[in-house]
Design a protein around this ligand. Sequence first.
Ligand SMILES: Cc1cc2nc3c(=O)[nH]c(=O)nc-3n(C[C@H](O)[C@H](O)[C@H](O)COP(=O)(O)O)c2cc1C
Length: 341
Amino acid sequence: MTDIRDRKKDHVELTVTDGTQYQTPTGFDQFYFNHNALPEVDHGQVSTSATFLGRTFDFPLFISSMTGGYADAGPVNAIIAEFCETENLPFGVGSQRAMLEDESLTDTFSIVRSKAPNAFIASNIGGAQLIGGLKKKLLKRLTESIEANAVIVHLNPLQELMQPEGDRNFKGILNGIEQLVSDTKLPVIVKETGAGISEHTARRLLNAGAQVIDVAGAGGTSWAKVENYRTSNKTANHSFDEWGIPTVECILELSRLEWERSFEIVASGGIRNAFDIAKALSLGAHFTASAQPVIKAIKEDGYEGLQQLYTTWKNDLKTILTLLGHTNTNELNHSDLKRKA
Ligand SMILES: Cc1cc2nc3c(=O)[nH]c(=O)nc-3n(C[C@H](O)[C@H](O)[C@H](O)COP(=O)(O)O)c2cc1C
């Protein structure tokens, strides 16, 4: 059986390759921006700041949960932590399951709080680990190891089913989430990992007490592809490589639900530039999140690689806001987009 540490390491190596990305589009390309030839704003005064769970950040981007739980994860987590502390961005650590199973791995996660004493950091645990209820002692370890500001639960049935060694029982996750909500004072965020969250699923998660839904829809990293690359040709099942609800569909479904329910929508899954971010916010998301471009930039060029990516995205978002006649991200709305014929 593959060790969880090897698996997490494989994931980092594989997700930076184009072959693990969906061919199915996110849906952002269906739209173009409603250019404003008379913006009447001072570009120098345009702000990219945005609020998430009551806190104001410099840019509407959450660095998605990725690493932790193997020896090399510490330095990557340290770069993300230092970066988010400096740039005032929120981020999540990767699944903490490994440190719950082996306490000696706690340092690969707790390093983030020493590098980012003031940042917003979210814990991360899989839905399957909540079946039957997460023991209070483990929940305490999960959140206290990083002095978490929120707890993320990831749902990934597609990925698990594509893993020969993956979980097969998904019964009891919803009750587990409900119990988690009542056992913690921290806000609970529920995310997918790339196959998307429908309105129906979101409704059940909100009834269980989730405060934020991160759609993590299809169009970016395909976890069926990642797992198929890891297995031998014999056991790979490529029929599910494109399975999932495209990110834009998820945003549109959830923003309809937001008319009747109070919660925050994070748009993720294939967020690859500032144009995707602006479109996601215009379609109704409150915030966005991205994983693969971040890990790719760090793998290629460390802290500087991430800095370069962020500078481009920030400058581009500022330009987009100006070209739409807006002074801040709150002003983005449906009328900023037109659907291509
Ligand atoms: C290397 C890597 C490791 C990941 N590990 C986790 C994880 O431990 N927990 C989790 O919730 N999501 C994990 N994800 C999924 C991402 O958080 C994200 O939901 C998904 O990759 C879709 O976003 P993207 O298209 O921007 O990559 C991981 C993603 C990558 C690229």
